[in-house]
Write a protein that binds this ligand. Sequence first.
Ligand SMILES: [Zn+2]
Length: 296
Amino acid sequence: MQTSHSKKPFFLALACLSLAGLVSCNSSSAASSDIVVSFYPLEFLASRIVGGKLSVSSIVPPGSEPHDFELKTSDVMKLYDTKAVFLNGLGMEPFESSVKTHPNLGPKTTVLADSLDNLITVIPSTGGSYVDPHIWLDTDIYATMGKAMLDKIVTISPENRALFESNYASLVADLSALKSYGQGLGLSGKTIAVSHDAFRYMGREFGFEELFINGFSPNDEPSASALQSLLDAIEEKGIDTIFFEELENQDIATYIATQTGAKVEVLSPLETITEGENYFSVYRRNLDKIAEAKSK
Ligand SMILES: [Zn+2]
């Protein structure tokens, strides 16, 4: 297969050929944004850096779960004319390899996790290991992701370098203020119960531990024995709140709450966003809710 060609119809044909599972490709072209990211935290980073000078859009739309999002033909069309594509990496995007190996998109794609260290390796009781992909919940790592993004964005719009650098500095200052706020809440030594195993980075940063009901993806379900040991741990730790997230079925969280007398609260891993909210407003509310939750 050829890898260099500038004619759009040819690339649309390639897009149709090279993404498995596509059943049709129509020829209507959606407008591309200058920058395309995979899901919300990356969209927020890019938007803060470019400050409206370039257009930014997200592959995973608001209200969708990125862990099991499938890329469709129309999504690929949106990527076609874009100048830069940013992915989180670490298995967060099921479509990562489709994008990276795509002849048009691959060369424009930056996987932000590739330039990071200090990541958390998880060793599940079922064996094996993986690196926790929820990296945007560590405020220092999030700033580093922003720096990698900035470095790429100034290459596609060098005339705006000073503005982008200044916007990035303001973002870093906001992240630093968020970190100080969280450090002032006294979360250290606390244990929280969450439905989705997404808060390890936040826990490492602010000193709390998580017990989780589901695994890596919010739609995983615990085995009966895992559920029983979780009930025992909640009892033993004196946990009074079970956190679940907006996008998932809360039946199991509710069941655990009724079994243990705990209440149920929302804690957002910021994988998506609702109207009127942003990374900072949601992160702060998460911190406040963790501060209110009790444990021994
Ligand atoms: Zn997640």
